[in-house]
Design a protein around this ligand. Structure first.
Ligand code: KG4
Ligand code: ZN
Length: 338
Protein backbone atom coordinates (compact mmCIF):
# COMPACT_ATOMS: atom_id res chain seq x y z
CA UNK A 1 0.00 0.00 0.00
CA UNK A 2 0.84 3.64 -0.55
CA UNK A 3 2.79 5.55 2.09
CA UNK A 4 0.95 8.63 3.30
CA UNK A 5 2.89 11.49 4.92
CA UNK A 6 0.76 13.92 6.89
CA UNK A 7 1.98 17.20 8.38
CA UNK A 8 -0.34 18.10 11.27
CA UNK A 9 -0.67 21.50 12.92
CA UNK A 10 -2.35 22.24 16.27
CA UNK A 11 -2.81 25.80 17.57
CA UNK A 12 -6.17 25.80 19.36
CA UNK A 13 -5.06 27.15 22.71
CA UNK A 14 -1.63 28.07 24.05
CA UNK A 15 0.58 25.31 22.60
CA UNK A 16 1.97 25.56 19.09
CA UNK A 17 2.42 22.02 17.84
CA UNK A 18 3.39 20.20 14.66
CA UNK A 19 3.79 16.51 13.88
CA UNK A 20 4.65 14.36 10.90
CA UNK A 21 3.07 10.92 10.48
CA UNK A 22 3.83 8.13 8.03
CA UNK A 23 0.45 6.39 7.88
CA UNK A 24 -0.46 5.81 11.55
CA UNK A 25 3.13 6.03 12.80
CA UNK A 26 4.32 9.27 14.42
CA UNK A 27 7.70 10.30 13.00
CA UNK A 28 7.92 13.56 14.97
CA UNK A 29 5.77 15.36 17.53
CA UNK A 30 6.93 18.85 18.47
CA UNK A 31 5.26 21.19 20.96
CA UNK A 32 6.28 24.76 21.83
CA UNK A 33 4.66 25.57 25.16
CA UNK A 34 3.96 29.20 25.98
CA UNK A 35 5.21 30.10 29.45
CA UNK A 36 4.06 33.72 29.03
CA UNK A 37 0.61 32.85 30.47
CA UNK A 38 1.92 31.64 33.84
CA UNK A 39 2.24 35.11 35.32
CA UNK A 40 -1.38 35.88 34.38
CA UNK A 41 -2.81 32.74 35.98
CA UNK A 42 -4.52 31.67 32.78
CA UNK A 43 -4.27 31.77 29.02
CA UNK A 44 -4.38 35.33 27.62
CA UNK A 45 -5.87 34.90 24.11
CA UNK A 46 -4.15 37.93 22.59
CA UNK A 47 -0.74 36.79 23.84
CA UNK A 48 -1.42 33.22 22.72
CA UNK A 49 -2.09 34.19 19.11
CA UNK A 50 1.03 36.38 19.00
CA UNK A 51 3.15 33.54 20.33
CA UNK A 52 1.67 31.13 17.77
CA UNK A 53 2.67 33.59 15.06
CA UNK A 54 6.26 33.52 16.30
CA UNK A 55 6.43 29.77 16.91
CA UNK A 56 4.65 28.25 13.98
CA UNK A 57 7.42 28.35 11.37
CA UNK A 58 10.20 27.03 13.63
CA UNK A 59 7.95 24.34 15.12
CA UNK A 60 7.00 23.04 11.67
CA UNK A 61 10.63 23.18 10.52
CA UNK A 62 11.74 21.12 13.51
CA UNK A 63 8.90 18.61 13.02
CA UNK A 64 9.90 18.04 9.39
CA UNK A 65 13.61 17.81 10.23
CA UNK A 66 13.06 15.36 13.08
CA UNK A 67 10.87 13.21 10.85
CA UNK A 68 13.45 13.43 8.08
CA UNK A 69 10.66 14.29 5.66
CA UNK A 70 10.78 17.12 3.14
CA UNK A 71 7.85 19.37 2.27
CA UNK A 72 7.71 17.80 -1.19
CA UNK A 73 7.11 14.34 0.26
CA UNK A 74 3.96 15.46 2.11
CA UNK A 75 0.65 13.91 1.06
CA UNK A 76 -1.63 16.33 2.92
CA UNK A 77 -1.76 19.00 5.65
CA UNK A 78 -4.07 18.45 8.62
CA UNK A 79 -4.89 21.28 11.03
CA UNK A 80 -7.13 21.97 14.03
CA UNK A 81 -10.25 23.75 12.85
CA UNK A 82 -11.71 24.08 16.36
CA UNK A 83 -12.90 24.26 19.04
CA UNK A 84 -10.54 26.73 20.63
CA UNK A 85 -9.51 30.36 20.82
CA UNK A 86 -10.27 32.11 17.55
CA UNK A 87 -7.04 34.13 17.40
CA UNK A 88 -5.02 30.99 18.06
CA UNK A 89 -6.91 28.79 15.59
CA UNK A 90 -6.53 31.41 12.84
CA UNK A 91 -2.74 31.14 12.91
CA UNK A 92 -2.71 27.38 12.32
CA UNK A 93 -5.58 27.45 9.84
CA UNK A 94 -4.08 30.20 7.70
CA UNK A 95 -0.68 28.58 7.72
CA UNK A 96 -2.09 25.16 6.80
CA UNK A 97 -4.14 26.60 3.96
CA UNK A 98 -1.23 28.53 2.50
CA UNK A 99 1.17 25.62 2.69
CA UNK A 100 -1.33 23.19 1.18
CA UNK A 101 -1.95 25.65 -1.62
CA UNK A 102 1.75 26.23 -2.24
CA UNK A 103 2.48 22.49 -2.30
CA UNK A 104 -0.72 21.73 -4.20
CA UNK A 105 -1.73 18.97 -1.77
CA UNK A 106 -5.02 18.33 0.08
CA UNK A 107 -6.05 20.15 3.21
CA UNK A 108 -7.77 18.32 6.10
CA UNK A 109 -9.72 20.07 8.86
CA UNK A 110 -9.72 18.26 12.22
CA UNK A 111 -11.96 18.63 15.26
CA UNK A 112 -9.68 18.96 18.31
CA UNK A 113 -12.00 16.90 20.51
CA UNK A 114 -12.19 14.05 18.00
CA UNK A 115 -8.41 14.12 17.96
CA UNK A 116 -8.12 13.70 21.74
CA UNK A 117 -10.27 10.57 21.35
CA UNK A 118 -8.70 9.13 18.21
CA UNK A 119 -5.14 9.58 19.53
CA UNK A 120 -5.60 5.96 20.64
CA UNK A 121 -5.29 4.88 17.01
CA UNK A 122 -1.70 6.05 16.71
CA UNK A 123 0.45 2.98 16.15
CA UNK A 124 2.56 2.79 19.28
CA UNK A 125 4.41 -0.19 20.70
CA UNK A 126 2.86 -1.38 23.95
CA UNK A 127 -0.43 0.46 23.36
CA UNK A 128 -3.53 -1.37 22.17
CA UNK A 129 -6.15 0.27 19.99
CA UNK A 130 -9.77 0.19 21.17
CA UNK A 131 -12.43 -1.53 19.07
CA UNK A 132 -15.64 0.23 18.04
CA UNK A 133 -17.90 0.93 19.78
CA UNK A 134 -16.11 2.21 22.87
CA UNK A 135 -16.64 4.94 25.44
CA UNK A 136 -14.26 7.89 25.59
CA UNK A 137 -13.82 10.12 28.60
CA UNK A 138 -12.34 13.38 27.34
CA UNK A 139 -11.03 15.51 30.13
CA UNK A 140 -9.18 18.74 29.41
CA UNK A 141 -8.96 22.38 30.41
CA UNK A 142 -11.97 23.15 28.26
CA UNK A 143 -13.99 19.94 28.15
CA UNK A 144 -15.39 17.08 30.16
CA UNK A 145 -17.34 14.63 28.06
CA UNK A 146 -18.33 11.01 27.88
CA UNK A 147 -18.55 10.09 24.23
CA UNK A 148 -19.91 6.95 22.62
CA UNK A 149 -17.53 6.34 19.75
CA UNK A 150 -19.22 4.24 17.06
CA UNK A 151 -16.66 4.79 14.34
CA UNK A 152 -13.87 7.20 13.34
CA UNK A 153 -16.42 9.73 12.16
CA UNK A 154 -19.49 8.78 14.13
CA UNK A 155 -19.51 9.77 17.80
CA UNK A 156 -22.18 10.97 20.22
CA UNK A 157 -21.74 12.93 23.43
CA UNK A 158 -23.72 11.08 26.10
CA UNK A 159 -22.60 13.19 29.06
CA UNK A 160 -20.82 16.47 29.62
CA UNK A 161 -20.11 19.16 32.16
CA UNK A 162 -22.79 21.67 32.92
CA UNK A 163 -20.26 24.22 34.20
CA UNK A 164 -16.48 23.92 34.73
CA UNK A 165 -14.30 21.36 32.96
CA UNK A 166 -12.23 18.90 35.02
CA UNK A 167 -9.04 20.73 34.05
CA UNK A 168 -10.55 23.95 35.37
CA UNK A 169 -11.39 22.19 38.64
CA UNK A 170 -7.71 21.25 38.94
CA UNK A 171 -6.39 24.64 37.81
CA UNK A 172 -8.78 26.70 39.94
CA UNK A 173 -8.00 24.59 43.00
CA UNK A 174 -4.32 25.11 42.27
CA UNK A 175 -4.91 28.86 42.06
CA UNK A 176 -6.69 28.84 45.44
CA UNK A 177 -3.64 27.04 46.85
CA UNK A 178 -1.35 29.66 45.31
CA UNK A 179 0.28 27.41 42.68
CA UNK A 180 1.27 28.82 39.28
CA UNK A 181 -0.87 28.20 36.17
CA UNK A 182 -1.61 25.58 34.96
CA UNK A 183 -1.67 23.94 38.37
CA UNK A 184 -3.16 20.55 37.43
CA UNK A 185 0.23 18.83 37.14
CA UNK A 186 1.35 20.29 40.49
CA UNK A 187 -1.72 18.94 42.28
CA UNK A 188 -0.92 15.56 40.76
CA UNK A 189 2.67 15.78 42.00
CA UNK A 190 1.82 16.84 45.58
CA UNK A 191 -1.06 14.35 45.78
CA UNK A 192 1.41 11.47 45.51
CA UNK A 193 2.66 12.17 49.06
CA UNK A 194 -0.74 12.86 50.61
CA UNK A 195 -3.65 11.08 52.24
CA UNK A 196 -6.61 11.08 49.81
CA UNK A 197 -9.12 10.48 52.63
CA UNK A 198 -7.87 13.27 54.92
CA UNK A 199 -10.38 15.93 53.82
CA UNK A 200 -13.66 14.46 52.59
CA UNK A 201 -15.18 16.86 50.08
CA UNK A 202 -18.74 16.26 48.98
CA UNK A 203 -19.54 15.22 45.43
CA UNK A 204 -22.19 17.06 43.38
CA UNK A 205 -25.58 15.39 43.13
CA UNK A 206 -26.23 15.81 39.45
CA UNK A 207 -28.36 13.12 37.81
CA UNK A 208 -27.53 11.13 34.68
CA UNK A 209 -24.23 11.26 32.86
CA UNK A 210 -23.60 15.00 33.15
CA UNK A 211 -20.94 16.53 35.38
CA UNK A 212 -20.66 19.61 37.55
CA UNK A 213 -17.43 20.91 39.05
CA UNK A 214 -18.16 24.50 40.07
CA UNK A 215 -19.59 23.48 43.45
CA UNK A 216 -16.43 21.58 44.31
CA UNK A 217 -14.31 24.62 43.51
CA UNK A 218 -16.43 26.82 45.82
CA UNK A 219 -16.31 24.18 48.53
CA UNK A 220 -12.51 24.06 48.34
CA UNK A 221 -12.28 27.86 48.39
CA UNK A 222 -14.33 28.13 51.61
CA UNK A 223 -12.49 25.20 53.15
CA UNK A 224 -9.10 26.80 52.47
CA UNK A 225 -10.19 30.30 53.55
CA UNK A 226 -11.58 28.99 56.83
CA UNK A 227 -8.47 26.99 57.65
CA UNK A 228 -6.00 29.69 56.60
CA UNK A 229 -7.91 32.09 58.86
CA UNK A 230 -7.21 29.78 61.79
CA UNK A 231 -3.69 28.87 60.73
CA UNK A 232 -1.87 31.03 58.17
CA UNK A 233 0.47 28.12 57.39
CA UNK A 234 -2.38 25.71 56.73
CA UNK A 235 -1.72 25.30 53.02
CA UNK A 236 2.03 24.89 53.38
CA UNK A 237 1.67 22.34 56.19
CA UNK A 238 -1.08 20.29 54.53
CA UNK A 239 -0.34 20.73 50.84
CA UNK A 240 -0.01 17.01 50.06
CA UNK A 241 -3.17 15.99 51.93
CA UNK A 242 -5.26 18.78 50.40
CA UNK A 243 -4.08 17.90 46.89
CA UNK A 244 -4.60 14.16 47.44
CA UNK A 245 -8.11 14.75 48.82
CA UNK A 246 -9.13 17.06 45.97
CA UNK A 247 -7.76 14.69 43.35
CA UNK A 248 -9.46 11.72 45.01
CA UNK A 249 -12.81 13.53 44.95
CA UNK A 250 -12.42 14.46 41.28
CA UNK A 251 -11.52 10.87 40.38
CA UNK A 252 -14.55 9.56 42.27
CA UNK A 253 -16.83 11.96 40.40
CA UNK A 254 -15.43 10.75 37.08
CA UNK A 255 -15.59 7.07 38.04
CA UNK A 256 -19.19 7.30 39.27
CA UNK A 257 -20.29 8.62 35.88
CA UNK A 258 -18.21 6.11 33.94
CA UNK A 259 -19.78 3.25 35.89
CA UNK A 260 -23.21 4.63 35.05
CA UNK A 261 -22.26 5.02 31.38
CA UNK A 262 -21.07 1.41 31.22
CA UNK A 263 -24.32 0.25 32.84
CA UNK A 264 -26.46 2.30 30.45
CA UNK A 265 -24.65 1.44 27.21
CA UNK A 266 -23.41 -2.06 27.96
CA UNK A 267 -20.01 -0.99 26.57
CA UNK A 268 -17.07 -1.70 28.84
CA UNK A 269 -14.16 -0.51 26.72
CA UNK A 270 -13.11 2.87 28.06
CA UNK A 271 -10.54 5.19 26.51
CA UNK A 272 -9.41 8.42 28.15
CA UNK A 273 -8.07 11.50 26.41
CA UNK A 274 -7.34 15.18 26.95
CA UNK A 275 -4.80 16.97 29.09
CA UNK A 276 -6.18 15.77 32.43
CA UNK A 277 -5.64 12.15 31.40
CA UNK A 278 -1.97 12.87 32.11
CA UNK A 279 -2.98 12.73 35.79
CA UNK A 280 -1.26 9.79 37.45
CA UNK A 281 -4.14 9.11 39.86
CA UNK A 282 -6.63 8.94 37.01
CA UNK A 283 -4.31 6.72 34.97
CA UNK A 284 -3.87 4.30 37.86
CA UNK A 285 -7.58 4.21 38.70
CA UNK A 286 -8.42 3.40 35.07
CA UNK A 287 -5.82 0.62 34.96
CA UNK A 288 -7.16 -0.81 38.24
CA UNK A 289 -10.70 -0.77 36.80
CA UNK A 290 -9.66 -3.61 34.46
CA UNK A 291 -9.43 -6.15 37.28
CA UNK A 292 -11.90 -4.38 39.56
CA UNK A 293 -14.81 -4.05 37.10
CA UNK A 294 -13.73 -6.23 34.18
CA UNK A 295 -13.38 -3.23 31.88
CA UNK A 296 -10.83 -2.89 29.13
CA UNK A 297 -9.26 0.53 29.55
CA UNK A 298 -7.05 2.55 27.21
CA UNK A 299 -4.72 5.15 28.63
CA UNK A 300 -2.76 7.05 25.98
CA UNK A 301 0.98 7.51 25.88
CA UNK A 302 1.80 10.52 28.02
CA UNK A 303 2.87 12.78 25.12
CA UNK A 304 -0.49 12.27 23.39
CA UNK A 305 -2.58 13.39 26.36
CA UNK A 306 -2.02 17.15 26.57
CA UNK A 307 -2.45 19.19 23.40
CA UNK A 308 -0.26 17.88 20.60
CA UNK A 309 -0.29 17.64 16.81
CA UNK A 310 0.23 13.87 16.53
CA UNK A 311 -3.41 13.38 17.50
CA UNK A 312 -4.43 15.84 14.77
CA UNK A 313 -2.27 13.83 12.37
CA UNK A 314 -3.93 10.50 13.13
CA UNK A 315 -7.36 11.97 12.41
CA UNK A 316 -5.84 13.52 9.29
CA UNK A 317 -4.64 10.10 8.20
CA UNK A 318 -8.07 8.52 8.68
CA UNK A 319 -9.74 11.38 6.83
CA UNK A 320 -7.17 11.02 4.05
CA UNK A 321 -8.04 7.35 3.66
CA UNK A 322 -11.72 8.26 3.45
CA UNK A 323 -11.26 11.24 1.09
CA UNK A 324 -12.57 13.69 3.67
CA UNK A 325 -10.76 16.80 2.46
CA UNK A 326 -11.55 20.49 2.96
CA UNK A 327 -11.54 23.17 0.32
CA UNK A 328 -9.45 26.32 0.62
CA UNK A 329 -12.43 28.30 1.96
CA UNK A 330 -12.55 26.31 5.20
CA UNK A 331 -12.64 28.57 8.29
CA UNK A 332 -11.61 28.21 11.94
CA UNK A 333 -14.44 27.63 14.40
CA UNK A 334 -14.24 28.62 18.07
CA UNK A 335 -17.20 26.31 18.62
CA UNK A 336 -17.79 23.36 16.42
CA UNK A 337 -20.55 20.78 15.97
CA UNK A 338 -19.43 17.50 17.43
O1 KG4 B 1 -5.95 19.04 26.60
P1 KG4 B 1 -5.18 20.14 27.22
O2 KG4 B 1 -3.69 20.15 27.02
O3 KG4 B 1 -5.69 21.52 26.73
C1 KG4 B 1 -7.05 21.78 26.55
O4 KG4 B 1 -7.56 21.48 25.44
O5 KG4 B 1 -7.66 22.23 27.55
O6 KG4 B 1 -5.52 20.14 28.79
C2 KG4 B 1 -4.93 21.05 29.68
C3 KG4 B 1 -5.46 20.78 31.08
C4 KG4 B 1 -5.07 21.84 32.10
O7 KG4 B 1 -6.23 22.16 32.85
C5 KG4 B 1 -4.03 21.14 32.97
O8 KG4 B 1 -3.98 21.60 34.29
C6 KG4 B 1 -4.53 19.72 32.91
O9 KG4 B 1 -4.91 19.54 31.57
N1 KG4 B 1 -3.49 18.75 33.30
C7 KG4 B 1 -3.55 18.02 34.42
C8 KG4 B 1 -2.36 17.25 34.44
N2 KG4 B 1 -1.63 17.55 33.33
C9 KG4 B 1 -2.35 18.46 32.63
N3 KG4 B 1 -4.47 17.95 35.39
C10 KG4 B 1 -4.24 17.09 36.40
N4 KG4 B 1 -3.13 16.33 36.50
C11 KG4 B 1 -2.17 16.37 35.56
N5 KG4 B 1 -1.08 15.60 35.66
ZN1 ZN C 1 -7.01 19.71 24.20
Amino acid sequence: PEEVFILAIESSCDDTAAAVLRNDVVLSNVVARQSIHEEYGGVVPELASRAHQQNIVPVIDVALKKANVTKNQLSAIAFTQGPGLMGSLLVGTSFAKSLAMALNIPLIAVNHMHAHILAHFIDEEGFDKPEFPFLALTISGGHTQIVKVNDFFNMEIIGETTDDAVGEAFDKTAKILGFPYPGGPLIDQFAKEGNPKKYPFTKPKIPGLNFSFSGLKTQILYFVQKNVHENPNFIEENKADICASVQHTIIEILMDKLKLAVAETGINQIAIGGGVSANSGIRQTLKDAESKYGWKTFVPKFEYTTDNAAMIGIVGYQKYLHDKFSDANVVSKARIEF
